[in-house]
Design a binder for this molecule. Structure first.
Ligand code: NVA
Length: 316
């Protein structure tokens, strides 16, 4: 049995990631052609943090694959409090084809994967948001026909889950990744080192700078994210106030003018106009955010289908 998970972006090799993205393109063109969850088989989808896109897209994905999406409020279930993560995994695993979880610590997700016995998918942790970056790569692939050799700049909080997932996921896709972030919010060094190793093998590169203009100059894609991630609400005064270290990293039309001529704008949403992005950018002609949001559905369908196929193939 080949049990594969998506806990962090680099759980997918370049070949795996390409296979998932190609499957996503095929499923987008022919949405009901894959019924791998026919039965219907249950996919357990747990949320310890707020959600909109992730819930809608995973529920839709499982339903369109012929399965039954069982959404569990992780706070109500008390995962890790009312009962241990390992015991929750032992309950869910035998009744589920896969487990999808949005939670806080990466260690919680890893514990789930250790004990569930079925594929476990990271639907966002404090450290990574790999499903979002798959959707972003799908959007880039559709828009530009390739990901290899393209440059993406992420400006904003360089220490958050999106920054880490862009580093790993885009390096895997053969891209040049630049993170523009204040020195106070640098990516985690071990994640940066992993991304550098992948980029060196894939012909891409990774760079971190505290100069937002240097980050975006000439790039094909500019991306940002909220300055206050879920779980950081108590810091919102310092992260969004006039003395916020992120102020110079707002994506404005002026900043976008330094990017390449047809540079696209991406944002995982929810967006806070006037903070990390100017309204005229996210609502303007270079913004692909609504395609990006829809692509969560297609990317996650492909991911689930691919993970289940690896599991089945391992049985042969
Ligand atoms: N960095 C954000 C991403 C939201 C999809 C957060 O963790 O809240």
């Amino acid at each position: 049995m080949t049990l594969r998970h998506l806990l962090a972006d680099d759980d997918l090799s370049p070949v795996d990631q390409r296979a998932v993205l190609e499957r996503a393109l095929a499923l987008k063109a022919d949405p009901f052609s894959d019924r791998c969850l026919e039965g219907p088989r249950t996919v357990s989808i747990l949320f310890d943090k707020p959600t909109l896109r992730t819930q809608v897209s995973f529920v839709g994905a499982v339903a369109q694959l012929g399965g039954f999406p069982m959404v569990v409020d992780g706070r109500l279930a008390g995962v890790g409090e009312r009962e241990s993560v390992a015991d929750v995994a032992r309950v869910l695993g035998p009744q589920s084809a896969a487990v999808v979880w949005r939670t806080y610590g990466q260690d919680r997700l890893e514990e789930m994967a250790t004990h569930a016995g079925v594929p476990v998918v990271n639907a966002l942790t404090d450290d990574y948001h790999p499903c979002q970056v798959l959707a972003d790569l799908l959007t880039v692939l559709e828009h530009r026909g390739t990901t290899e050799g393209l440059a993406l700049a992420y400006v904003g909080d360089g220490a958050n889950n999106m920054a880490h997932s862009y580093l790993l996921g885009c390096a895997t896709a053969g891209m040049h990744v630049r993170i523009g972030t204040p020195t106070s919010h640098q990516p985690r060094p071990d994640i940066l080192a992993r991304a550098e190793r992948i980029a060196a093998r894939q012909g891409g590169s990774v760079a971190v700078t505290d100069d937002p203009v240097a980050a975006v100059t000439g790039v094909d894609v500019v991306a940002t994210d909220t300055w206050v991630s879920m779980g950081q609400e108590s810091e919102s005064g310092t992260r969004r106030g006039a003395s916020s270290p992120f102020e110079p990293f707002r994506v404005t039309e002026e900043l976008m003018a330094h990017a390449g001529d047809d540079a696209a704008f991406l944002h995982c949403l929810p967006a806070y106009r006037g903070h990390e992005v100017e309204a005229s950018v996210i609502d303007g002609p270079r913004s692909l955010v609504w395609h990006e949001s829809e692509n969560r559905l297609h990317a996650q369908k492909a991911l689930l289908s691919w993970l289940l196929e690896q599991h089945r193939m391992g049985d042969r």
